[in-house]
Design a protein around this ligand. Structure first.
Ligand SMILES: Nc1ncnc2c1ncn2[C@@H]1O[C@H](COP(=O)(O)OP(=O)(O)OP(=O)(O)O)[C@@H](O)[C@H]1O
Length: 258
C-alpha cells in the first residue's frame, strides 16, 4: 500500500505550521520523521490519520484521497500509536485491545472467539498478557504504550502511523516495540526524536524544520554532523561502525566545547 501527501499546508489561526509537505510511504518501508520540537511532525501525522484536515493539499492512500474513504475503511488501512493516552473512561486492558477490532465489525456486532484470539495474541506479542484484566488507567506510561501498540496490532492494518511511540519506554521496550513493528513488514511512518533509534530502524528519513521538509534519504545520507548542527543546533560526532554498518551519534554538550 502507498500513502502520499501532496503539498499539504495547514494554518492554526494566522500561523502556517505546514508549508507544503510532500512525502511518500510505500514498498513496506519504515519511514522516520525527525526534526526539532515544534517543527510540525505530529501535525503532519495527524493530517495523515485524519485528526486534522489540511488547509490545502491532499493525503492519498493508494492514489485515492483519504476523504473519499469512510473512517472505517481508513481504520482498516492504518493503525495509530500516538503520544497521549489519557482516557476518561477506565477500560480494562483487554477491552482497550479489543477496540482494535472495531473496524472489522458491523454496528453492534459482538466480539467473537476470533477477536479474543487476536486480542490475546497481540497482548502476548507486547509481553502484557498478565495485564489483560487490569484497568488501563492504572498502568504505567510505558505499559500503556505497549497496550496501545497491542490495540494497533489487533487492528490488523496494512500500515502503521507512530507518533513518538517509544516516549515512555525504557531501552529494552523501545527496542522491543520497534522490533515488533519492523517484523510486521508493512508500511510504517514514525515521528522519532532519538536519532540513534532512527538510524537503527528507518529505511528512509524525512527531516522537518519550521513546517518544511529540509532533507530526505537513508539514515547515512541524512544524519550527518552538518545536518544535526543546522537542524538541531547541536554539535555531534557521527561514527559509522564498519562491522555492522550502523551509525552511532554522540552529542557534544556545550560545557565540554569551551
Ligand atoms: N491546535 C493547535 N493550535 C495552535 N497551534 C498548534 C496546534 N497544534 C500544534 N500547534 C503548533 O504547531 C507547531 C507544530 O507542532 P507539532 O506538534 O506538529 O510539532 P512536533 O514537531 O510534533 O513537536 P514535538 O517534537 O515537540 O512533539 C507547534 O508550534 C505547535 O505549538
Amino acid at each position: 500500500m502507498e500513502i502520499t501527501t501532496n503539498d499539504i499546508e495547514i494554518y492554526f489561526g494566522e500561523n502556517q505550521i505546514l508549508k507544503g509537505i510532500d512525502i511518500n510511504i510505500s514498498n513496506k518501508q519504515f519511514i522516520g520523521i525527525i526534526g526539532p520540537n515544534g517543527s510540525g511532525k505530529s501535525t503532519l501525522l495527524k493530517c495523515i490519520y485524519r485528526i486534522l484536515k489540511p488547509s490545502s493539499g491532499i493525503v492519498k492512500i493508494d492514489s485515492k484521497s483519504i476523504h473519499e474513504l469512510t473512517m472505517k475503511e481508513t481504520a482498516k488501512k492504518m493503525g495509530v500509536v500516538a503520544q497521549h493516552n489519557y482516557h476518561n473512561f477506565d477500560f480494562s486492558v483487554q477491552d482497550m485491545v479489543l477496540m482494535g477490532r472495531t473496524p472489522h465489525k458491523r454496528a453492534l456486532e459482538r466480539d467473537n472467539e476470533e477477536d479474543y484470539k487476536i486480542m490475546y495474541n497481540a497482548l502476548e506479542k507486547v509481553g502484557m498478557i498478565d495485564f489483560a484484566k487490569r484497568n488501563f488507567n492504572s498502568l504505567s506510561g510505558g505499559e500503556q504504550q505497549r497496550i496501545i501498540l497491542a490495540r494497533a496490532l489487533a487492528q490488523e492494518t496494512e500500515s502503521l502511523i507512530l507518533d513518538e511511540p517509544t516516549n515512555h519506554l525504557d531501552i529494552k521496550y523501545q527496542l522491543q516495540l520497534l522490533d515488533i513493528v519492523k517484523s510486521l513488514n508493512i508500511e510504517v511512518v514514525s515521528a522519532i526524536h532519538d536519532l540513534n533509534i532512527a538510524a537503527m530502524y528507518c529505511d528512509k528519513i524525512y527531516v522537518m524544520k519550521n513546517g518544511k521538509i529540509v532533507a530526505y534519504g537513508t539514515p547515512q545520507e541524512v544524519l550527518t554532523e552538518k545536518l544535526i548542527k543546522d537542524v538541531y543546533e547541536v554539535d555531534a560526532k557521527v561514527n559509522l561502525d564498519e562491522e555492522t554498518g550502523e551509525l552511532n551519534i554522540i552529542y557534544r554538550p556545550n560545557y565540554k566545547s569551551n
